[in-house]
Design a protein around this ligand. Structure first.
Ligand code: NAP
Length: 339
């Protein structure tokens, strides 16, 4: 089968950073689906893995990619949630080969039914970021997803990125007042189009901008950009007993003491945790992806796709990696179809 892989960990401007390869079709395990990959999205995790061991080689081609929409072609002996022919979307597991291949195996417990009204490309934009924002809000920040906390406030740092774009929509669905951050006219407009009540500029100090909008403090903060850089501002802005979630690992020690007098909570979200550790509640990702699909089908959420590129090959994937590394993409870029 066709696939895109790395043999060596290289900078994105090296033409060998990602290469087209021919691999054997994988064989599904007992709880696996064998999926024909129709479209994939690219996330910062792809670029982080590609740069993680610069100069080192892999003995076998390593396939990246953790965002898929496709069709189930075969199922393992213990699969109960899906059948061949089902259209699915999922992110997969960081501990297994990625999805940049014509066929891909994934544990059924972390797979959702594709939103019925979306194309494969529109669906592939969603899974990794939707899982992240959903778990961040409803599992880690413990926001009530049925709207019981209507009117509470959330600051979403990094509003126009992949995670922020679905995050703004989910926070609005939960009835929250959303202040998102964006630094350019086009990203500001994108955040507003997704439902943000206010947009502030993350290139300028945040507390005075929120104060000018009437927010001395906020109930929740979701940092979808840079944990270190916004730590002091988050400590200043969080309300007493409020909750902060981070999704980007810190580069330096964080001064946890800044949160003490407020009894504020800081919690991590890592969307691969459930699959990586095979947690007892791993199937929660199947359920949340199905819920997201229903919300999309009923028009309450929309895809965050902003651009589709064809076909899925090394040259196109490398170009999208380069764009993601610029930190300036809006919503999600998707690659669709095999030449
Ligand atoms: N823990 C997890 O499970 C998990 C899951 C998904 C992603 N992540 C991580 O979360 C981060 C965001 O992911 P993503 O997919 O949303 O990224 P993305 O789509 O590449 O984000 C691009 C956006 O980031 C904004 N941005 C750039 N620099 C910023 C800054 N200093 N402060 C605030 N916003 C900034 C840009 O907005 P402007 O152009 O307006 O500046 C741009 O629109 C990445 O580091 C990723 O690896 C973690």
């Amino acid at each position: 089968m066709k696939a895109v892989a790395l043999n060596r960990y290289l900078p994105v401007d090296d033409p060998q950073a990602l290469v087209d390869v021919d691999l054997l079709k994988p064989v599904p395990g007992p709880r696996d689906l064998l999926v024909h990959v129709e479209a994939v999205s690219v996330n910062p995790v792809d670029t982080k893995v590609r740069r993680s061991k610069l100069g080192q080689s892999e003995p076998e081609p390593r396939v990246l990619g953790w965002d898929v929409a496709g069709v189930v072609k075969a199922i393992g002996s213990q699969v109960s949630l899906f059948r061949p022919g089902d259209e699915v979307y999922y992110a997969g597991s960081i501990t297994r080969p990625g999805c940049n291949s014509e066929y891909h195996c994934v544990d059924e417990r972390i797979v959702g039914n594709k939103p019925a009204n979306l194309s494969f490309a529109e669906a592939a934009a969603l899974p990794l970021t939707a899982i992240t924002a959903w778990e961040a809000f409803f599992d880690r920040l413990e926001i009530d997803d049925s709207g019981a906390y209507h009117g509470r406030s959330i600051l979403i740092i990094g509003g126009a990125g992949g995670v922020g774009s679905i995050g703004i929509q989910l926070a609005k669905l939960a009835g929250l007042k959303v202040v998102a951050t964006a630094s350019r006219p086009e990203t500001r407009a994108w955040c507003e189009s997704l439902g943000a009540d206010h947009v502030v500029d993350h290139r300028k100090p945040l507390p005075p901008q929120l104060a000018a909008l009437g927010f001395k403090e906020v109930d929740y903060i979701a940092n979808f950009a840079d944990t270190d850089a916004y730590w002091p501002a988050m400590a200043e802005l969080i309300r007493p007993q409020g909750r902060i979630v981070g999704i980007v690992g810190n580069a330096a020690p964080l001064d946890l003491d800044l949160l003490k007098s407020k009894s504020a909570t800081f919690v991590w979200e890592f969307m691969f945790t459930r699959a990586m550790y095979g947690t007892a509640d791993m199937q929660a990702q199947h359920e949340l992806l199905d819920t997201v699909a229903e919300l999309v089908a009923s028009g309450r959420l929309r895809t965050t796709l902003t651009e589709t590129i064809s076909p899925i090959n090394a040259a196109n994937l490398r170009a999208v990696h380069a764009r993601l590394e610029s930190g300036r993409t809006i919503g999600k870029v998707v690659l669709s179809g095999w030449a």
